[in-house]
Design a protein around this ligand. Structure first.
Ligand code: SME
Length: 171
């Protein structure tokens, strides 16, 4: 397999996310292994988005969130549902857009450089799979366009896990 991430114009967020979703679809096509797709997804976003210092997954193990594939500094491993931004997104199943992490009660500081954060819950067929978390060293880095774009990107990831591999489709 060969995949080349094309440079993306980051000045227009809706176009950036549309292009990124397209690249993610291509990158994850034909593979539904969760760890493999999560790792490539995190790497793709990490190299495409400006002003971020962490992006990655926390997966729900039936009890709490456990860190999965990510890019950035080493992170805290386990997060209880309802704790921090990630645990809140998981418990409420709603995207958390945090303009200033200091204003979020219970924010868990894995990297002291993080100033703002967005966390999207990953829900498939009513089941909580985990969360997708992106941190920025800039306050107010994420806005409504990021929320819509990240949610659309996460849909691409979730769809990749449910796709029928080419080998089975041909059989
Ligand atoms: N800040 C997150 C913890 C995860 S790290 O940012 C990677 C939180 O409050 O849940």
């Amino acid at each position: 397999m060969s995949f080349e991430a094309k440079p993306i114009d980051a000045s227009d967020k809706p176009s950036l996310y549309a292009e990124l979703a397209q690249q993610a679809r291509g990158l994850l096509h034909g593979e539904r292994d969760r760890i493999a797709n999560a790792a490539n997804f995190a790497a793709l976003v990490w190299h495409a988005l400006p002003a971020i210092n962490w992006c990655g997954f926390y997966f729900f193990d039936g009890h709490e969130l456990v860190v999965g594939p990510f890019q950035g500094k080493p992170a805290c491993v386990r997060i209880a549902l309802g704790r921090g931004v990630c645990g809140t997104a998981a418990a409420t199943r709603e995207t958390q857009l945090v303009m200033d992490v200091d204003d979020f009660p219970g924010h868990i500081a894995c990297d002291a450089a993080s100033r703002s954060e967005i966390v999207v819950p990953l829900v498939s067929d009513g089941r909580l799979l985990g969360v997708w978390d992106v941190d920025s060293p800039e306050p107010g880095r994420f806005d409504e366009a990021d929320r819509l774009g990240m949610q659309a990107l996460c849909e691409v990831f979730l769809h990749s896990l449910a796709q029928v591999p080419d080998t089975e489709a041909a059989a």
